[in-house]
Design a protein around this ligand. Structure first.
Ligand code: DX5
Ligand code: ZN
Length: 221
């Protein structure tokens, strides 16, 4: 398993949007809050925009991990970094120049993260890894919560971890989609250290116990 302390980032996609303040405060034991921005073009679903991200940023006790599932990331992603969020993830499939965009995001002051859909290979990005703070390997097709974990994405994590080690960089490897106590260890064992969990946290009766359970299961790898 990864040598790092596993980071757990619940996704508010699965929260009760009628009571966002309480929902965000409920996850203060987590390492961050994952905010899924969807534009109805890159994915067939529509969620939050900059104003909501700014609102969550104002009320959250934990850092914001913004996941942009939007087209034309080159145009829109820097504006999210300008809100002062901890990390901005854009999709490799939605940018013309991932390195330029990552540099811009870092320059503004957020961590720069690149996401890969299940069909997107890692190989073209391996030489570029020092340009990023994090790579998100999607373990479902982006767009919706509650889907099943794709274990066949694990070779991508292994390849990325080996390449990051070769570069000698502290690259965070994030997984998103279908992460629960029965899947998180598989991803941790393959090299992931940062875990997004929507339904398995917000669907639990005891959110603190769910976060602790995920952390323990990731450690067991
Ligand atoms: C899916 C989103 C995920 C989603 C995960 O497109 O990117 O962050 O919230 O939800 P679960 O954990 O329920 O698969
Ligand atoms: Zn996400």
């Amino acid at each position: 398993m990864s040598p790092h302390r596993p980071r757990i980032q619940p996704s508010i996609l699965a929260a009760d949007w009628a009571d966002m303040r309480t929902e965000v405060e409920r996850i203060r034991a987590a390492d961050g809050v994952h905010v899924d921005v969807m534009d109805n073009h890159f994915v067939p679903n529509l969620t939050f925009g900059p104003q909501m991200v700014e609102t969550v940023q104002r009320i959250s006790p934990v850092p914001l991990d913004v996941h942009l599932m939007i087209t034309d990331a080159d145009r829109w992603a820097p504006g999210y970094a300008e809100l002062g969020v901890f990390s901005v993830t854009f999709h490799a499939e939605a940018t013309a120049d991932p390195v330029a965009l990552a540099r811009r995001i870092r320059e503004i002051g957020s961590r720069a993260s690149i996401a890969l859909k299940p069909a997107t290979p890692v190989e073209p990005f391996l030489e570029l890894l020092p340009e990023f703070d994090q790579v998100l390997v999607m373990t479902v097709e982006p767009g919706f919560g509650g889907q099943s974990f794709m274990a066949d994405m694990m070779p991508k994590l292994r390849t990325l971890r080996a390449a990051a080690d070769r570069h000698g960089i502290d690259l965070w490897l994030q997984v998103d989609g279908g992460i629960a106590t029965d899947t998180i260890g598989i991803a941790a064992e393959a090299g992931a250290d940062t875990f997004v969990a929507g339904s398995s946290v917000y669907g639990a009766a005891d959110v603190d116990a769910a976060i602790a359970g995920l952390r323990a299961a990731a450690r067991r790898g």
